[in-house]
Ligand binder design. Structure first.
Ligand SMILES: [Zn+2]
Length: 225
């Protein structure tokens, strides 16, 4: 199987807003985000992005709640609309360095974070890559980023460097996932795939543990006879 062939997608502001709002609701309903966590953006031009706002219920926002932001700005401010997400730098730094990236989806998924926390970075990455075909096709290239405080220029630079080196999904330890794409569908698909693969690996791990305990219990009872 070859890596996905989704076409690059240039969106006007209205279409970008529709796509962001749809993605935001889906991420919430899929339980990849809570009411206030996570953020989504779409590049509108070489200088601007449309991004979800700070501190608003992402399941209820409308187009007027999205922030139009200059990607060169170092301040948490918008050209139009409310104050952008406190993680705006994470998005703008990637857009500044990677002209081909047109959308960024940043959920705080439960299974990927739990599994990465329990297994540690190298085992988690090994488990992911063991599902080779799915990994290559749906995720592309995974990178791990050690914990850095959210919303800082440091975490933005670290994530952007990983994307510059070829990562399509960056896992921020104890925080969430940053998935990039030529379109919002591609970025969302990558973030969802990481979460779905993590959920399956977690369930498989539970079944393995239950079977091992069952075997232990059976061998214990046969010895005591
Ligand atoms: Zn975050």
């Amino acid at each position: 199987m070859k890596a996905g062939s989704i076409k690059a997608e240039a969106l006007d502001r209205e279409s970008a807003a529709d796509a962001i709002l749809d993605t935001s609701r889906r991420l919430y309903l899929l339980r990849h985000n809570t009411t206030l966590s996570g953020n989504i953006s779409v590049r509108l031009s070489s200088n601007t992005m449309l991004i979800t706002p700070a501190s608003l219920d992402k399941n209820r926002i409308t187009a007027k709640h999205l922030s139009l932001v200059d990607i060169h700005s170092k301040e948490q401010e918008s050209i139009d609309g409310p104050k952008p997400s406190s993680e705006f730098r994470l998005h703008s730094e990637i857009y500044l360095r990677m002209p081909e990236v047109r959308a960024i989806v940043h959920p705080h998924g439960t299974f990927s974070l739990a599994l990465a926390d329990a297994l540690g970075s190298s085992l988690f990455e090994k488990a992911l890559k063991s599902k080779h075909e799915e990994y290559v096709y749906y995720i592309g290239r995974f990178a791990w980023q050690r914990w850095i405080k959210a919303g800082t220029p440091e975490i933005a630079r670290a994530a952007a460097s990983a994307v510059q080196k070829g990562a399509t999904v960056v896992m921020l330890a104890d925080h969430g996932t940053v998935a990039v794409g030529k379109s919002i569908a591609e970025a969302l698909g990558r973030a969802e795939s990481l979460e779905k693969m993590s959920e399956r690996m977690y369930i498989a791990e539970q079944i393995r543990m239950a079977r091992n305990m069952d075997k232990l219990a059976k061998s214990g009872s046969s010895k005591s006879k």
